[in-house]
Design a protein around this ligand. Structure first.
Ligand code: UDP
Length: 244
């Protein structure tokens, strides 16, 4: 079974119209077939950056699957009249895939975050998924990108989780994904969460779609980045009233 999901455009970025379960099932299938796939989990900031930067837009467009990471994308899709079913976040998807990889004896490579953070993240992953094979890891503050690509090539992982933040992780994946027939996914600040350096919002906050507010309260310096949200919503309404 090889499925191509229907896609919904939100301000020029095409999102897959899939539930998290359908998406995971597809990735399991792709991985079993040793396919090379690139996943972008995009939030409103990524959409705005792609809109403003043609080079980045081209990179995001190369993704095989772009998922709606953030309530802003779901709301945007609803306002534009083509609803996406639910959020598919980088963090939750990564955990689900780590668990699956452990059961299926698949190898994973973890790339990104600060040197001490990636080390802690690796031990946490080993603790939580004791049978999982981590075939390599590397912090995200390297100086020789080519060498990192060679390291991944030598390890031949089935999954590469790149936690370099955007846009760096998407550029890295697009440039080097041919070195291994793997599922390549950008996971932003996920290793900080795994390592316990950053906290995910409690379930109730997530349930009420207030994860962004929780993050802002915890890291008030993100206010500059968060101003992307009202700008994004303004553009969504503009699109709705001018193009539909
Ligand atoms: N990072 C990295 N290399 C860099 C810049 C950032 O590995 O050159 C890491 C950083 O340590 C952090 C993650 O990328 O773990 C970015 O986290 P952020 O919360 O900003 O992610 P996003 O909001 O993009 O998901």
């Amino acid at each position: 079974m090889s499925r191509k999901f229907a896609e919904v455009s939100v301000l020029g970025v095409d999102f897959i119209q899939a539930s998290a379960a359908e998406f995971l099932e597809q990735i399991h299938h792709d991985s079993c077939e040793h396919q090379n796939k690139m996943i972008v989990t995009a939030n409103p900031e990524i959409v705005l950056t792609a809109r403003a930067d043609a080079k980045y837009a081209k990179i995001v467009a190369q993704a095989d699957y772009t998922t709606a990471d953030g309530i802003g994308i779901i709301k945007g899709s609803q306002i534009l009249g083509h609803s996406l079913p639910e959020r598919i976040t980088g963090y939750d998807t990564m955990l689900a895939l780590l668990s699956w990889a452990e059961k299926k004896h698949k190898k994973v490579f973890l790339l990104g975050a600060k040197p001490e953070v990636i080390k802690t993240a690796v031990s946490k992953v080993q603790e939580q998924y004791p049978k999982l094979e981590i075939c390599g890891f590397q912090d995200g503050y390297y100086t020789d990108e080519e060498q990192v690509a060679q390291q991944i090539k030598a390890a031949q992982p089935d999954f590469v989780f790149a936690a370099l933040g955007f846009p760096k992780q998407e550029y890295f994946i697009a440039a080097h994904r041919q070195v291994a027939a793997a599922i390549w996914m950008g996971v932003g600040g996920s290793f900080d969460v795994l390592a316990g350096v950053a906290k995910r919002a409690p379930h109730r906050w997530q349930k009420y779609n207030l994860e962004w507010l929780y993050r802002l309260l915890k890291e008030p310096t993100r206010i500059g980045r968060m101003l992307a949200l009202p700008k994004y919503l303004g553009l969504v309404f503009w699109e709705k009233f001018t193009h539909r």
